[in-house]
Design a protein around this ligand. Structure first.
Ligand SMILES: Cc1cc2nc3c(=O)[nH]c(=O)nc-3n(C[C@H](O)[C@H](O)[C@H](O)COP(=O)(O)OP(=O)(O)OC[C@H]3O[C@@H](n4cnc5c(N)ncnc54)[C@H](O)[C@@H]3O)c2cc1C
Length: 298
């Protein structure tokens, strides 16, 4: 029987911008790192980011990930494809992760599993998404649509908040409800000059002239230069919650100034943290977590 290998210094769960940054920092500190990635992150959906500092001509999410993986490989790290299905913390403080039928033992863990945007449950939504014509992040790309006709398909208080934020980019903003209309929530939109469309969204269509059309359930077509979905997101924090980490009601993990969760040895970085969901923020969590791990592991 072969002896059990020693635990790795850190298991990074998730190979998006946050997880890859953490692994690069740890390898540059000569730490043993394992990084497992399921390969379906949000960064892959970025057609071209123009708000990522240092890239004035923009960079796609896929290209950014390629460059981060290259940088990791140059310091002796690698991405292991796989989904971590379960995480346990043993009495001696070690973590055991179950990854596609095998076990990984680790002294510390950085969870960088991100969030998943809610996609409108409408015909045509998947095609728009694939073509990068359905947007989710006005902080990221609202500037690019300044003064244009912007459509928002939203629901609940989150949808209204997002519409009010987007209104600052353009005076031509229209809001369409996804599902039932809650008129009591919509008054601030009227007051801010956001046009609330009659009816509920029925289907979405990419037009050849780069516009997007939304057809209501009643058959009325509205055309927009760009369409944002404002339906919220699901946080992929299940593994951390299972070992007792504290989170906000939506599952966003609470971390301290060193990116530590409330569970000793478990850190979190990126969108899975209750913070602003942006590339630079996630990378900052990652750098902070990796440096604290290096300083405390001995
Ligand atoms: C359309 C769009 C455009 C955007 N544009 C910008 C922009 O211009 N500027 C900007 O700053 N931000 C932008 N964002 C936000 C940005 O994509 C996120 O802030 C960033 O990707 C977060 O990085 P992350 O590493 O935390 O998560 P992700 O990029 O989501 O990566 C998480 C990784 O974890 C993996 N994973 C999840 N669960 C497991 C598991 N159990 N086991 C193993 N692996 C797992 C996933 O497969 C994924 O690879 C945009 C987002 C979208 C959707």
């Amino acid at each position: 029987m072969s002896p059990t290998p020693p635990p790795t210094d850190c298991l990074v769960i998730g190979g998006g911008p946050a997880g890859l940054t953490a692994a690069i920092y740890l390898r540059r500190f000569h730490r043993e790192v394992q990084l497992c990635d399921a390969g379906d992150g949000r960064a892959l959906r970025i057609p071209l980011t123009k708000n990522f500092p240092g890239f004035p001509d923009g960079i796609s999410g896929a290209h950014l990930l390629d460059r981060l993986r290259l940088q990791l490989s140059q310091v002796g790290g690698a991405v292991q494809q796989g989904t971590v299905e379960q995480l346990q913390r043993l009495d001696d403080g070690l973590f055991v992760a179950h990854v596609d039928g095998r076990k990984v033992r680790a002294r510390t863990v950085i969870l960088a599993t991100g969030i998943v945007d809610v996609i409108p449950a409408l015909p045509g939504a998947a095609e728009l998404l694939q073509a990068g014509r359905l947007r989710f992040c006005p902080i990221c790309d609202g500037f690019e649509f300044t003064g244009r006709h912007i459509g928002i398909i939203g629901s609940g208080a989150h949808g209204v908040r997002e519409a009010l934020f987007i209104r600052r980019f353009s005076h031509r903003v229209s809001y369409v409800c996804h599902g039932a209309k809650d008129a009591s929530l919509l008054h601030p939109l009227d007051a801010a000059g956001v046009a609330v469309m009659d009816g509920a969204a029925g289907s979405l269509h990419a037009q050849t002239d780069e516009t997007v059309s939304l057809v209501t359930r009643e058959g009325v077509e509205h055309r927009f230069d760009v369409l944002y979905a404002a339906l919220g997101s699901h946080t992929r924090s299940r593994l951390a919650l299972a070992v007792g980490a504290q989170a906000d009601p939506a599952g966003g993990l609470h971390v301290d100034a060193h990116a530590r969760t409330s569970v000793q040895g478990l850190y979190a970085a990126g969108d899975v943290v209750c913070a602003l969901d942006q590339l630079v923020v996630g990378m900052a969590h990652a750098a902070t977590a990796a440096t604290h791990i290096h300083n405390t592991l001995g």
